[in-house]
Write a protein of this length. Structure first.
Length: 146
């Protein structure tokens, strides 16, 4: 499919395009430098801890007719990315990550946890996730729906 007009794209794609169009060499160098600082900070964390365990998502599942949430805890989101930004750390720094179920909230909506490991320690997080599941068996749990 040939795109003839940028306005044929989704609002998110247009937003991304416009942001990317404004990038210059200085912006990219700064971003690379900041990423290196983040890598160094995460390396310090992994000197004391084997894993990071953080939520899999900032929001619970939402209505399928909603493209993405525009608020979290009654706070407006400044970009459409905010509802998924919890994934940035492992993606940006190329860290091995696995998501595991951890149960349900009071409304029966699923909760998950990301287990993030040190670079190149993929097998270690997979082993941990498998053991975690063997102990808690959340993947076989079903929500109590009203």
């Amino acid at each position: 499919m040939e795109l003839k007009d940028i306005n044929e794209m989704t609002s998110q794609a247009i937003w991304e395009y416009n942001k990317g169009f404004k990038l210059n060499e200085e912006n990219i160098k700064k971003a690379m430098s900041l990423r290196e600082i983040c890598n160094e900070e995460v390396e310090k964390i992994f000197q004391n801890y084997d894993f990071l365990a953080i939520p899999s998502q900032q929001v619970f599942p939402f209505d399928k007719n909603l493209q993405y949430p525009n608020q979290i805890n009654n706070e407006n989101l400044d970009t459409y990315h905010r509802w998924i930004e919890v994934h940035i750390l492992s993606s940006l720094l190329n860290l091995p990550t696995i998501n595991v179920p951890i149960g349900f909230n009071k409304d029966g909506l699923p909760l998950g946890m990301q287990i993030i490991g040190k670079k190149y320690e993929d097998l270690k997080i997979l082993t941990f996730a498998k053991r975690y599941e063997q102990i808690f068996v959340h993947s076989k749990s079903k929500p109590k729906l009203n």
